[in-house]
Design a protein around this ligand. Sequence first.
Ligand code: RUQ
Ligand code: CUA
Ligand code: CA
Length: 639
Amino acid sequence: MSDKDNNQGPQDEAPKGLSRRGFLGTSAVASAALAGATALGGTVFTRESWAAAAKEARSKIHVAPGELDEYYGFWSGGHQGEVRVLGVPSMRELMRIPVFNVDSATGWGLTNESKRVLGDSGKYLNGDCHHPHISMTDGKYDGKYLFINDKANSRVARIRLDIMKCDKMLTVPNVQAIHGLRLQKVPYTKYVFANGEFVIPHPNDGHSFDLQDKNSFTMFNAIDAEKMEMAFQVIVDGNLDNADMDYSGRYAAATCYNSEKAYDLGGMMRNERDWVVVFNIPAIEAAIKAGKFIHVDGDKTPVVDGRKVDGKDSPFTRYIPVPKNPHGLNTSSDGKYFIANGKLSPTVSMIAIDRLDDLFAGKFKDPREVIVAEPELGLGPLHTTFDGRGNAYTTLFIDSQVVKWNMDEAVRAYKGEKVNYIKQKLDVHYQPGHNHASLTETSEADGKWLVVLCKFSKDRFLPTGPLHPENDQLIDISGEEMKLVHDGPAFAEPHDCILARRDQIKTQKIWKRDDPFFAATVAIAKKDGINLETDNKVIRDGKKVRVYMTSMAPSYGLNEFTVKQGDEVTVTITNIDQIEDVSHGFVMTNHGVSMEISPQQTSSITFIADKPGLHWYYCSWFCHALHMEMVGRMKVERA
Ligand code: RUQ
Ligand code: CUA
Ligand code: CA
């Protein structure tokens, strides 16, 4: 293949006599270009210019052997279903946290402890996570939890950051595809806000397939962050894409791209403007407290109706028209603006949060009076992030660029002043979706690093066949000028990431014996009269056999046990090693059984002993010079 065939690559130029922008035109943006398959490329550059820039940058991101990164990064694993932990700026992957996927190494989805977290939804083996967000107190990360959505099976999961394991999961009732997810910032993360993306009929039982029907809608969902139970739902007009919340704890906002409630692409692009819907959280809470709520489709969650009736607003919502199929919704770190990213419009819309009280009080004729600027930034704006110095950084999917712009200057320009609010445009590689500046979602945005999550990597890495990696690029934004310092290939598909200072995340080095993560397993052992730290015993309970053993490098407490063919066997292992990093595993060969048992952890797994004969089990985490010898045998007697 010649370089010329490789469209979107750095080699391509705009057709002769036309600038890329002129050729594309803002109205032509919609269909062809968004597919990411146009013949239009990034800015022309040479390999040499990249090499020079890279050399200068390399010193900045080099974290020497034995040294630690300054930031934790939590990356969504997209439709791979996990969360990944990276060190920033080295961009080294530190850990993977299985969530909506099944994980062979740790036994996530296989162990009893993980199955209890997964609940009924454990029947789904896939997930699609997009938006990882860290719990906050007073607008700053408190390091307690990370929440993440599952678009594929309409779930929200919580990860405990002290142990970096998922400890709760909730299927959101009566909505399809949880997409946008953000947290209450102030005074603390009481609610997780999660958008149901798709409009569906209610009840969704086949009685109707008509999206225009008044019983077809989607809902904005508030989840109690501590209990991980539904708090309330709000019925909305149109659909819901991304969301964020303000720094007062009063207003949440979400973008809608399908105000048309259309079935197809053409229909969803019909309106020149869709909207941002703003939710008045205290008004919703007051209505629910007063018992003024309904139920939807037999679920017990309190629901309020935030739709307009005959053009009249509900007390719970306001709809602010913005162009066109907006996508990302970002609260500026100074707390002043909700910014809706135009996607099919080259603009972003800046909503002044301090005008929302008046909007709800009915003081404006036109809800667009809360918009204080609509700067034109480039083609395909998707997401915006902030440096805490008054600048915003917006990804331009179609232009394959990040644009740095000044928010105050954009507001002044909107009032008619002649000021160029665009500070810099930087090529990224290629087609960026989310971007994320260090601490940007908090009042402590520090303007040091910017991660840009590019959907296409094209020619940036050694080829890997038709399926290409994504490209997570790291950009130094500490100075006046953005500087690209690192290309990071990633497997499908980090939609989004979040960076926290390393002092904001406090982890345990070994498990605490009273950890709730395995408390239910401990309770079963207690009923069996077992002391998990000392006992190695087999308990028979009809056809159920519970095998209890300890592990300590390099041996299990039991090096053999006997069961009968057809028994349901539960193996519960307590790792009594106290030494940091000495994790053991348990694999029963040819039984699909695998799990992690880290120091002071109790793990259990249940399977059917369906094959008579001798079956070796072994430790799967390299723990000792005699790790290979850390084995035992299950003898299965013929039925
Ligand atoms: S969305 S690429 Cu799933 Cu966060 Cu914008
Ligand atoms: Cu225990 Cu390897
Ligand atoms: Ca639309």
